[in-house]
Design a protein around this ligand. Sequence first.
Ligand SMILES: [Zn+2]
Length: 108
Amino acid sequence: MGFLPIEHLDLKEYKMSCKYCLVPLFYTFEIISHDYKCKNGKAFFVALVRNVILGDTYTTTLTSGKVDLANIYCVNCHNELGFKYIKTYVDQNSFKQERFMVDCSKVT
Ligand SMILES: [Zn+2]
């Protein structure tokens, strides 16, 4: 995948990182909701996640409706961490567009 620079997050006390390699991903204050579920259990709904690579976009139907998603992978260790909402088709989901779902079990 080539070399990608890692963006550092300065506010240590709020930092959430990849569980496998400790690359910083987002701040706790960027979590919009703790109340989501993914295939492995609980998930964070997050405004912005850094230091991830996007996989291919795919269309799927979640309980809330049809969406285009792309899986997100840690830029350093390439573990799958969750997905990004690329496009939503249902009005009630429009706030999710361009935001991220992160598997709670993959971050620390
Ligand atoms: Zn990692």
